[in-house]
Write a protein that binds this ligand. Structure first.
Ligand code: MIC
Ligand code: SF4
Length: 644
């Protein structure tokens, strides 16, 4: 029987386990990436593990999130990451060089390799045939130290692309269509593998837009074949030698299949406050728009920006719209500046931001009260823009420009003939903002400013776990709810005690105070708890507040791993009605906690006693034997230090 691409990639990197969907496997990691908002924690953890030099083929530390330096904190973090990277064998991409996923695709990604990144949009690398997975910082730290990465063997969903995109319809519309069909939970436990005749009609940046937003499906990752299109892209980056072909065998089998007819897709929009809340642009055309933001790791490539420039050339942005544009990398910005496209963008009235995440993570450009903001980003969770009452809609760059010019949501078809933007034969290559690590043996002093605070560590599971229901939340709670990020909080990613005071406050402002007063307890949640970002802080802040377990209807992949890595039990209700019966303040006991956790690895339920009624609530802890030992040790760091 032939293999699909996912199976080939996994087979070539398999360290342990059996390639059967649902079983735990571990794989060798070739490359890692970190960014600054999760990176400080990842490097503190790497230092705690105590390995002198990274053991990967290439590890890169990017600075792209915390570039709004409103105080010393971000700059402190940058200094720490720069020096710690230099010391331990990690390449350092300076602030201004661009968004990690865009730069990694341009300069480092290689088909056929594995990439583990401390950012949920790491699957962008799947656009050039990498097995690229997002994870918590601690998992990335372990991988940097040469440790295998553990994951559940995914199912593989073949996304069969037929036909080709019509004018004004984009890769963004393709992934919004996939989200419309499958929802933000539709990819959980799966790899989305793109196949079919339509694949060869898509450029690498288009493929990367699609794999990037596979994160919004909750997928483990997404992947495209590596073909002549990939080769031409790498050649234009001066990296043809990094190319290898990769395709599924003709008789490969898949667990699932969906077909997307590219020529039937229309311009789409994800409405507030979820990336799967999809309508056609046509359906809500005419909606008055206050702000348009173009950029983010989803849509900030050279071809995206050249299209934007062509559409803006000789025109002026609507008087009521603020148009902000952040090109994805220095390479993109440099090329736009050299060929004059930047001048077209500037003279149309756009506000140019530095190459980084910027508005996507609320680092500046928070919209006005109740404003409508159209963005080319990948997430429109409530409050993520920095303004709780803002209504953020996700669109393609083409729809974004058409709307910025008219002042209302506009189908780009109204602009006439679509501009022809081709891939360049040669990208401008200048890696002078990428600093190589120090040669082995050179003494490097790691600089730690006052913003770098110790992070909380858990202890071995006690005999009995006791606590109350500190909060009860509904379905699809994101890590942006659990640990909000914006211009005021992101600077404190290296200071968990400070951040903990904001934990879950978008759901309940009293939660941190209640948790502290109670000395910790339990979180009760609905479906898909912890979707979105990979931020480990969504586990570290609850740990700081004494949270011992989260009981939910289901969990998102990365967050569940982060809870286990920090020794917090992710329990799943066996009977969903038990969720309805729990009230805020209810007290629980998990008797013989360590024994029950051990039993869970053998498939037994973990019984949680609800003291109000004396009832035993059955829950499942879906863990492997390795995860059992991690939980018993009180987290991955303790487990690793125990010599595993
Ligand atoms: C995001 O898009 O939510 C982020 C900010 O890039 C996060 C990482 C973080 O929280 O630092 C992600 O996607 O993992
Ligand atoms: Fe940065 Fe936004 Fe991409 Fe996250 S989704 S890496 S914040 S650009």
């Amino acid at each position: 029987m032939g293999l699909n691409i996912t199976e080939k990639l996994i087979k070539n990197h398999l360290v342990s386990g059996e390639m059967t969907a649902g079983k735990e496997i571990s794989i060798k990691i070739d490359q890692t990436l970190t960014q600054d908002s999760t990176g400080t924690m990842a490097y503190l953890q790497f230092e705690a593990i105590g390995i002198p030099r990274v053991k990967t083929e290439k590890s890169v530390a990017y600075i792209d999130h915390n570039t709004l330096q409103t105080g010393f904190e971000n700059a402190d973090d940058h200094k720490y990451i720069q020096t710690v990277a230099r010391k331990h064998g990690v390449y350092f991409s300076k602030p201004g060089n661009g968004i990690c996923h865009q730069v990694h695709l341009e300069r480092f990604g290689k088909p056929g390799k594995t990439l583990l990144g401390s950012d949920s949009h790491t699957p962008t690398g799947g656009g050039i045939g990498m097995l690229a997975i997002g994870a918590g910082g601690l998992d990335v730290a372990v991988a940097m130290g040469g440790g295998a990465y553990y994951l559940t063997m995914p199912k593989v969903c073949r996304v069969n692309l037929t036909g080709k995109l019509g004018p004004w319809v984009t890769a963004k519309d393709v992934i919004l269509e996939v989200l419309r069909r499958l929802s933000v939970k539709g990819g959980v436990g799966k790899v989305m593998e793109y196949a079919g005749e339509g694949v060869k009609t898509l450029s690498v940046p288009q493929r990367a837009t699609i794999t990037n937003m596979g994160a919004e499906l909750g997928a483990t990752t997404s992947v495209f074949p590596s073909d002549d299109v990939t080769r031409a892209f790498l050649k234009a980056q001066g990296r043809e030698d990094d190319w290898t072909p990769l395709s599924a065998d003709a008789d490969a089998v898949y667990d699932e299949e969906v077909t997307i007819a590219l020529d039937e897709i229309q311009p789409l929009v994800a409405c507030p406050h979820s990336p799967d809340n999809i309508k056609t642009v046509h359906e809500i055309e005419g909606l008055a728009v206050d702000q348009v933001a173009i950029g983010s790791c989803t849509n900030s490539s050279y071809t995206d920006m050249m299209t934007v420039a062509a559409l803006l050339k000789g025109k002026t942005v609507d008087p009521n719209v603020s148009l902000v544009i952040a090109p994805g990398s220095k390479q993109v910005m440099n090329m736009l500046a050299a060929n004059g496209a930047l001048a077209d963008i500037i003279s149309a009235g756009a506000r140019i931001l530095e190459c980084g995440c910027g508005p996507c993570i609320g680092m500046g450009q928070a919209p006005a009260t109740n404003a409508v903001s159209l963005r080319t980003v990948n997430r429109n969770f409530e409050g993520r823009s920095g303004t709780k009452s803002a209504q953020v809609y996700i669109v393609s760059p083409e729809t974004a420009v058409a709307s910025a010019l008219s002042g209302k949501l506009t189908d780009p078809h109204t602009l006439g003939d679509a501009p022809l933007v081709s891939m360049p034969e040669h990208f401008m290559v200048n890696d002078n903002l990428i600093l190589p690590p120090a040669p082995e043996g050179e003494c490097v002093k790691v600089v730690r400013g006052p913003n770098i605070q110790p992070f909380p560590k858990n202890t071995k599971i006690p005999k009995e776990l006791k606590g109350g229901a500190l909060i009860k939340v509904g379905d699809n709670i994101t890590t942006d709810h659990i640990m909000p990020s914006n211009a005021k909080l992101l600077p404190f990613r290296s200071n968990v005690p400070y951040l903990a005071d904001y934990c879950l406050t978008p759901c309940d402002a009293e939660f941190p105070a209640r948790a502290k007063a109670a000395g910790g307890g339990f979180i009760i949640a609905g479906q898909n708890y912890g979707q979105g970002s990979s931020r480990e802080h969504a586990a570290l802040a609850p740990l700081q507040l004494g949270v011992k377990a989260v009981i939910a209807k289901s969990f998102a992949r990365i967050h569940m791993a982060n809870l286990i890595n920090n020794g917090i039990l992710p329990l799943v209700f066996v009977n969903e009605w038990d969720y309805d019966n729990i009230q805020l303040g209810d007290e629980f006991i998990i008797k013989y906690a360590a024994d029950q956790v051990s039993g869970a690895a053998e498939g037994q339920n973990v019984m949680v006693t609800l003291l109000r009624t004396g009832e035993e609530i059955p829950t499942r802890l879906n863990i492997s034997a390795r995860q059992r030992d991690i939980l018993l040790a009180g987290g991955l760091l303790n487990y690793t230090k125990e010599g595993h």
